[in-house]
Design a protein around this ligand. Sequence first.
Ligand code: 6LW
Length: 537
Amino acid sequence: MVTEVAAPPTVITNPVLTGFYPDPSILRVGEDFYLATSTFEWFPGVTLHHSRDLVHWRSLGGALTSEDLLELRGVRDSGGVWAPCLSYVDGLFHLVYSNVGTYGGGFWDTPNYLVTAKDITGPWSKPVRLHSLGFDASMFHDDDGRSWMLSMIADHRSGREPFAGIALQEYDRAAAKLLGEPVNVFTGTGAGYVEAPHLYRHDGWYYLVTAEGGTFWKHQVTVARSRTIDGPYEADPEGAMLSSWPDPTLTLQRAGHGSLVATAEGEWYLAHLVGRPLTERGRCILGRETALQRVEWSPDGWPRVPGGLPLDEVVAPRLEPHPWPAEPECDEFDGTVLGPQWSTLRRPPSDDWLRLSDGRLQLVGGESPVSLRGSSLVGRRVQHASCAFETKVSSAPTTYNQMSGLAAYYNTLNWVYARLTSHEGLGTVVDVLASNRGRLLQASNPVPVSDPAAGVTLRAELDGTSLRFGYAIDGGELRWWPETHDASVLSDEYALEVVDSTEKVQGFTGAFFVLWAQDLTGGGLPADFAYASYEAR
Ligand code: 6LW
């Protein structure tokens, strides 16, 4: 007699999106699941991922690929696109997002926008300007055909709670405009920083999922419910739906900013952000990532994550496994557009500064590393605690104002750059320059290059907090500069600068490996990159 051995349940291994993919908004349309995440000062705006089984995810690149959809020139570090929300109605994907141009001193300039598209890969419609009351805009489409916009409410007045609550306002889809006045429907549970609203209807209740506690260690997901859409909303008497705060030893820390999804068979999951510090409550070089937790409904109708703590592995839904082909390690730049793994800084790729032809990527030397408008930079997220990035660059710098190469990059103030440049005494050289909270450091000594046109191989290797750079010149083998760099400065925790309890510089992004070219003479000296390889180790 043959006994049937049940296949072990498939598991979801967290984070499902490794590297800088925060503030996840999850959506199911038919048999397809989508995740939309924040991108801040990076193009394309709003990164999109796709899955058919919640286990395997593939990148679809980003939604906001041009400047008529998103203007990022001039935005501060960690400004730009905060916390998108993806929804679906009338056969159209609806994407709302905040474009936080500036922040500081208790103020946020945060216009919110709505774009729609028939297909998740676009084209997306001309943005509809919504209100600017606060960031973390989201949208809910009710069974009665009405739609509602939500966001956090910013209050700069002294002595007031700067995160003043959650605004709800009706949105007329036909007229493409907001109706009536916004109402503050939820001021939180007292954990502070109430933000990131997502609204759902289930079993006759409206469930308002928010984040509280702030996006660092005390972050949490809070759920409140009401029988009527404009409240009053009562928070779950059992407290936070999810938080890492109770246990600093967990792998997944900073858990918060969640959104819900149900499979067609009614299995519920929560997408949320996490950080994986290298040491307890230390620095998260991979930034805020996206994870999924299983949700069980309590007998009295509350969505709960069993135990309320983020698990590294959760049981996957009963769906056919749907793996995707692996991303190639090496990009030979033999296409005409950049692959979905690449992002650019504050401006989308365009022929005046980025060209892909003849199997190479050419960057026209742009503005300085601190530029908020014209950086010639193409980057990919660091997605593994141990990995390597390599390229071969050729250029003809004749002054110290011309440089090109690869860098480990967090923001305009924190990076380590192995570059080809010119040195008064030595001529063309390769060296390593670093910026630590804006303080420039000559990190490694220059090495003369006699034949730059032949191209210089540059390599970065990251292992935990240790980052080192190597070079191969004039047909020689790969050599390493002796210095190793503290990679943990490329983290949210290090980038965040607070002065007199005011956040001067936010740290919301994550580490990138980038190809970079500057020509501070304004002459636009080009640099050619033959390939770029990223190896997880
Ligand atoms: C986002 C807010 C948050 O707007 O961090 O973690 C902010 N939660 O909801 C930036 O990601």
